[in-house]
Design a protein around this ligand. Structure first.
Ligand SMILES: *Cc1c(COP(=O)(O)O)cnc(C)c1O
Length: 424
């Protein structure tokens, strides 16, 4: 099946007489005829669902669809993108371990890693996405367990050279874990370039309509945990599962089974069946939406670069952008829907511009069907002075513009009237 077909057909496959559309199994629990069957489920000897914290038929169908879209062997839904990032690392690392992470990743992930996981005893070294192989390698330690990055970073919009990062990771016996939220598998499938594990905030484009929080972890099945020699937790008996050895019992599925059997079991950051249903519905139109988001964003970026009140525009699909060449390689079908620009004016001018938008609503969100806009200096980063903002790579006049799937003429007209209202 081609990608577009998988978006609507993969996952839920009804048997004779069953619902054509994925049903919502709004049930925490499942009924059985024999105690032995439940014992076998607990021992992971047979597959099936017995408690929704661990698995659920609605979630399972959506997991299979996403695994098919990314080209992985298995996937696990989580309650939010944050839980997916957290569990993706806790499956490989514990107190005393170390992770190398790209420095240009989502702000919430920076906090999760640099504050919360550091407090739990996992250390991080931050490396710029443009770092040389030698610089990435210099950050790796004997206790390093993974390299983490974002395919297309939110909000920096840097494009990671996935193939190069994967090679560095693999020659050091490490998996490359990538957050693929902004491109989605419609625009980039990082497993094809060597990434081993993918995480998503499905909250964004996968859901696409800003209706449900969610996250997802996808396993390529390609990383050899035993051969690496760094992952005793995969190759030695797990006392919390009667001495089960993940690599022996589950082979290519070792990582994703461990993520569920240990981490989801213990932490309970499970997705709700209704949210999974909405996510499933959203994904049916993913390729159509991502094509339109990208097309609109490129036109917006071009329009902005011809506007005298704009100091600079950042969009990797725009000729002349620092990441244009990498975007041509990794995002040939489009560079997704988010554009950032700096207003050529003051912080107050930028706030006036924000207030003048009509179609583009001010929201603390990106990446959904409706065009929206965010001014970091007065919103997400408002506690910082102008000097601190610059140090954080954000100017007092930076605007993050998330292009929806409306008609481009309406989006450009809104930009035009907002700039005129601000500067005339
Ligand atoms: C939003 C976002 C997250 C966090 O997702 P939540 O669902 O809000 O927890 C993680 N990574 C990226 C790239 C994001 O944009």
């Amino acid at each position: 099946m081609k990608f577009e077909t998988k978006c609507v057909q993969a996952g839920w496959v009804p048997k004779n007489g069953e619902a054509r559309v994925l049903p919502i199994y709004q049930s925490t629990t499942f009924a059985f005829d024999s105690a032995q069957h439940v014992a076998d489920l607990f021992d992971l000897k047979v597959g099936g669902h017995f408690y929704t914290r661990l698995s659920n038929p609605t979630l399972d169908a959506v997991e299979q669809r996403i695994a098919a879209l990314e080209g992985g062997v298995g996937a696990m839904l989580t309650s939010a993108g944050q839980a997916a990032s957290m569990i993706s690392l806790l499956t490989v690392a514990h107190a005393g371990d170390h992770i190398v992470s790209s420095s240009e990743i989502y702000g919430g992930t920076v906090n999760l890693f640099g504050v919360t996981l550091e407090k739990l005893g996992i250390q991080f070294t931050w490396v710029h996405p443009d770092a040389s192989d030698a610089e990435i390698e210099a950050a790796i330690r004997p206790n390093t367990k993974a390299i983490f990055g974002e395919t297309l970073a939110n909000p920096a919009l840097s494009v990671l050279d996935v193939e190069r990062w994967a090679k560095v990771a693999h020659r050091n016996g490490l998996p490359l874990i990538l957050d693929n939220t902004f491109p989605t598998p419609a625009l980039c499938r990082p497993f094809e370039w060597g990434a081993d594990i993918i995480v998503h905030a499905s909250t964004k484009y996968l859901d696409g309509h800003a209706v449900s929080l969610g996250g997802i972890i996808v396993d390529s099945g390609n990383f050899d945990w035993a051969a690496s020699g760094r992952f005793a937790d995969f190759t030695e008996p797990d006392p919390s599962y009667h001495g089960l050895v993940y690599t022996q019992a589950f082979g290519k599925m070792a990582y994703i089974v461990k993520a569920r059997a240990q981490l989801m079991r213990d932490m309970g950051a499970q997705a709700a069946p209704f949210n999974a249903f909405l996510l499933n519905l959203g994904m049916e139109t993913l390729p159509l939406r991502m094509a339109r988001h990208s097309e609109n964003a490129l036109k917006v970026a071009e329009w902005l670069s011809n506007n005298p009140h704009v100091r600079n525009v950042r969009y990797p699909g725009l000729k002349g952008d620092k990441y244009y060449a990498l975007a041509q390689k990794y995002l040939p079908q489009g560079a997704s829907g988010v554009v950032t620009f700096e207003v050529d004016g003051s912080r107050a001018d930028t706030q006036r511009l924000m207030d003048a938008f009509k179609l583009a609503k001010i929201v603390v969100h990106v990446a959904d069907a409706r065009t929206c806009v965010l001014h970091p200096a007065s919103m997400t980063h408002r506690q910082l002075t102008d000097e601190q903002l610059v140090a954080a790579g954000i100017s007092p006049t930076t605007v993050r513009f998330s292009c929806g799937i409306e008609h481009i003429d309406d989006i450009l007209e809104d930009l035009d009237q907002a700039f005129k209202a601000t500067f005339n």
